[in-house]
Design a protein around this ligand. Structure first.
Ligand SMILES: [Zn+2]
Length: 911
């Protein structure tokens, strides 16, 4: 008895000592997390995390990489001290189960029994959603300091990964907010720039392409290192009249998911909802209660689904400034979406923090209680994937349903009304061997733009996909492939992600009710990365093998270049390879002469129209050798100089439109231009409106959202003048960014710029410029009703983010290096029709158009027949200069490598 008592006292005492040695947030930040009008910067937060990591035996701090602004991104691994001592074992167990490779069910059960659940909890991705970063700090503190039985049970059963997913943003937003000394005046409105250096809010659109450093850091921890069974991504704000939106989410979900994943999201969602109800915290809305669906890949919450991981997103209300829950009458009746509605009331930051901590506890308690099941289930989903990739398999999707119905209709020779149709249509349509899922994909090393294909491969590798490379030449189904070709098999745990990157997304026709308006997808409807990047691949539906070597998980590939020993008269770089443009920009910077071939040179495969010719000087040779090696370029030597067939090119002074606060499309482009070594300056409305643009620029690029619609006086571009801050209220360095593009103040200056010889590249909605200039083009997507022309209504024509097939006149200098067919990313994009004499008068040169009534390659294109014969891109001479207009997105999120050249071609001058 006495012995027991002493033991109890000893444990109690040590718990007190431990608790006392952990600095509270208040002792570090000077305020408690959740206090009104107080935000912590990342610098302060990182220091706090390091302090508690030093003080606590429940924390291991790991630096997972640096951010785009050069900060350390840290992850706190939190668990019991005993678990931390065996961290590598638990990580390996998690990897083995997630990969499911070579495991029996019995072995998996034993691993699950011995393992710990791995749960990712983050915060701060969207930096103005300030609850995120702050609930993270508070939750970390509680898990490091609390000693109640629930906390201890969670620490014993779960390894928690706490990650600030956008450190730069927290620094910017908190400093901006706290710069105001009077608390009541504090606000994070009117931020001067994006809260991720390049892409702001689009940092949650980068999780399969992985362009940004933060995305790469995160993806590595999730899909190569830790394989969390649950990934919880915090956001704001809840729909009006709710406190938060959370899982499960509305339909559609993606058809490549394992059903067990979908029901697992339901289970964790129920646990979150339950806990709030137990604690008397109303206001959780789910399913149809919010706009979030689970169709799209690329978000921090959704990419996990394609890896058999339970992705959670909550969007919660709240701000450091006290706020209100408004009255939304229709949310007050309880239903399946909002079982426990909240009534209108005052709201504080503290309440949002409390809710968030409860939600984290709910998820972690679930993980602790169902630890074995979570670990076994991720194995089970991986195993199902491997098996599906090893046999004939058909993934159900709307196109099959439509095919079965139309086959039946054809045989009947009439419409039918019954729900049930003869089973033979299942067997003939759905078991058609030509419609089987792929067993794998081969990316031949023998393709014009192989370095870009390797970038695609690297996106897969960074996402934890197993990739093989051929060690020698091989043959599959009668086709020969060289050594170095890549092979991606579908018999792997992350098969859903593999299918998603190679196959079209077949989005359902999703309408509010029959004949009603379309329901806007949460993000893109189709995005097939291999299509966007213009990668050539073969889809193999039979079992196949070859001299294939597995690349270690996470091992990024570098292309191998070739530099000929004998130069001849000069060298040629292919216009088809995007990386050629990097090499050319480096050559131009070094003062080396570069020419473009204006025609094909007979007898060579590389010296085609648009390719670059570089006379063989010593300087050219050494610069090219460096580039070939670094970029994986295939340099070809040419025996004879192609005299009349070439023109000398020069770098141009490039302006890239941007706006106060930062345009995300412009930010993506800024990043892309840096990657491809195009020097540029950002140009803002004030400078444009001041005129004389030709003095400083040769080409100006306007991304979507820059040029307002024609024929309206009010400015409708991304930011209008009366919403802007006063110049005196913002730091001096940003004052030049104020102002807006209007028909009266800007268009005459832009027109004059072109008349004096400038080139304007207009992308997406900025092709509005054509209407301001009264060019002989009109909107192709209209109908005439009662003699009046109007835009096509959404029940007739509706194309959200999708990939479409286009025809290209690739003989024009604007389109050099392209093939006559290409995939373009289209997103409610402008399409044009020409007036009868537009071409013959020389006013318009069509570059890209839709030549069929079935252009859809991936996604959703309701009423796509309206696109037929529509013009997607054109060039128009304006005085000494020109407008080059692209309706679809040629640089979308820096994913559309297949159409990057359409921009790059406009960025060189002719000497
Ligand atoms: Zn958000």
């Amino acid at each position: 008895m006495i012995k027991n008592l002493l033991f109890t006292i000893a444990v109690f005492a040590s718990a007190i000592v431990l608790a006392q040695s952990i600095p509270t947030p208040k002792s570090h930040f000077g305020f408690s997390i959740g206090d009104s009008y107080n935000l912590a910067t990342y610098t302060q937060t990182e220091a706090y995390f390091r302090k508690i990591a030093a003080a606590s035996d429940r924390v291991k701090l790991v630096e997972i990489g640096s951010t785009e602004e050069g900060r350390h991104q840290v992850m706190l691994v939190v668990s019991s001290p005993a678990n931390l001592a065996k961290l590598n074992t638990y990580k390996e167990t998690s990897q083995k189960l997630a990969h499911a490779e070579g495991l029996t069910d019995e072995a998996a059960r034993s691993l699950a029994n011995d393992g710990k659940a791995i749960v990712w909890i983050d915060g701060g991705l969207h930096a103005t959603e300030t609850v995120g970063a702050h609930q993270l700090i508070e939750t970390v503190y509680q898990f490091v300091s609390r000693t109640d039985p629930e906390t201890m049970r969670i620490l014993d059963n779960v390894v928690i990964l706490f990650v600030q997913v956008n450190p730069d943003g927290q620094e910017l937003v908190s400093n901006w907010y706290m710069r105001e000394s009077k608390p009541e005046k504090r606000s994070y409105e009117n931020l001067p720039r994006l809260y991720q250096k390049y892409i702001g809010h689009d940092n949650n659109r980068d999780f399969f392409m992985l362009n940004m450093k933060e995305s790469q850091n995160i993806s590595r921890q999730q899909y190569v290192e830790w394989m969390p069974q649950i990934i919880y991504n915090h956001h704001q704000a809840g729909p009006p009249g709710s406190v938060l939106a959370g899982p499960p989410y509305r339909d559609p979900f993606n058809y490549v998911y394992d059903p067990l994943l979908v029901t697992s999201i339901d289970a964790v969602g129920a646990a979150m909802n339950n806990r709030l109800n137990v604690e008397g915290k109303p206001g959780y809305t789910q399913r149809a209660g919010s706009q979030f669906s689970s169709w799209w890949n690329g978000g921090l919450r959704t990419t996990p689904y394609f890896h058999n991981m339970i992705g959670l997103l909550t969007e919660i209300i709240g701000s450091p400034n006290p706020s209100k829950v408004p009255l939304v009458p229709d949310r007050l009746i309880p239903n399946g979406a909002t079982p426990n509605p909240i009534v209108p009331q005052q709201w504080t930051f503290q309440r949002s923090i409390d809710y968030s901590v409860s939600l984290n506890y709910a998820v972690l308690d679930y993980a602790a209680r169902y630890r074995e099941q979570l670990l076994y289930n991720i194995y089970k989903m991986g195993k199902n994937s491997i098996e599906a990739g090893n046999r004939d398999n058909w993934t159900l999707s709307p196109k099959f349903i439509d095919s079965m119905k139309s086959a039946y209709r054809k045989d009947l020779k009439r419409e039918f009304t019954s729900d049930t149709i003869p089973v033979k249509y299942y067997n003939t349509v759905l078991k058609d061997p030509t419609l089987r899922d792929a067993r794998g994909y081969i990316i031949s090393a023998d393709q014009a733009n192989f370095p870009t294909a390797i970038q695609f491969i690297n996106a897969l590798i960074r996402s934890g996909v197993q990739v093989h490379q051929a060690t020698t030449a091989f043959t599959v189904e009668g086709k020969n492939y060289p050594a170095g070709s890549y092979v991606v098999k579908t018999s792997q745990a992350f098969r859903p992600h593999v299918l998603d990157m190679f196959e079209p997304q077949d989005h359902p026709n999703d309408f509010a009710y029959p004949g009603g308006p379309p329901i806007r997808p949460y993000d893109a409807a189709g995005w097939t990365l291999a299509y966007q990047m213009g990668v050539n691949f073969d889809r193999i539906t039979n079992a196949f093998d070859g001299p294939f070597k597995a690349i270690a998980y996470g091992e990024v590939q570098s292309p191998k270049g070739y530099m000929p020993a004998n130069a001849g008269e000069g060298y040629v770089l292919s216009a088809k390879a995007n990386e050629s443009f990097i090499a050319v920009n480096d050559l131009l910077k070094a003062g080396v002469d570069v020419f473009r071939l204006t025609n094909n040179i007979p007898g060579t495969a590389v010296a085609t129209q648009g390719s670059f010719y570089i006379p063989a000087t010593a300087k050219a040779k050494s610069a090219l050798a460096t580039s070939a090696n670094a970029l994986g370029l295939n340099v070809v030597s040419l025996a004879k100089k192609p005299a009349e067939l070439s023109q000398k090119i020069s770098p141009l002074r490039i302006g890239l439109w941007d706006t106060y606060g930062g345009s995300m499309p412009a930010g993506w482009l800024r990043w892309m231009m840096e990657q491809y070594h195009f020097p540029f300056e950002r140009i803002f409305a004030k400078e444009i409106n001041a005129g004389n643009l030709k003095k400083k620029y040769d080409v100006i690029v306007f991304v979507g959202g820059a040029i307002p619609r024609a024929g309206i006086t009010r400015d409708t571009s991304s930011r209008n003048a009366n919403r802007e801050p006063k110049a005196a209220d913002i730091p001096e360095e940003y004052r030049d960014h104020l102002g807006s593009i209007t028909a009266d103040t800007s268009i005459p200056q832009i027109k004059q710029f072109m008349q004096e010889g400038g080139t304007v590249v207009a992308l997406g909605t900025s092709t509005n410029l054509a209407y301001h200039l009264k060019l002989p083009v009109r909107n192709a997507l209209t109908e005439t009703v009662d003699g009046k022309e109007r835009p096509l209504p959404a029940d007739k024509y509706y194309i959200p983010g999708s990939i479409l097939d286009v025809k290209i006149d690739s003989t024009q200098k604007q389109t050099w290096g392209m093939t006559s067919d290409a995939n373009m990313y289209f997103q409610f994009s402008p399409v044009f029709k020409l007036t009868p004499d537009a071409i013959t008068s020389g006013k318009i040169k069509p570059l890209i158009w839709f030549d069929t009534d079935k252009s859809l390659r991936s996604g959703w294109a309701w009423g796509q027949s309206y696109l037929q014969d529509g013009i997607a891109a054109f060039a128009a001479p304006i005085g000494q200069g020109q407008l080059v207009a692209f309706g679809p997105e040629i640089a979308f999120r820096a994913q559309t490598h297949g159409t990057f050249k359409l921009l790059f071609n406009q960025l060189y001058g002719v000497k």
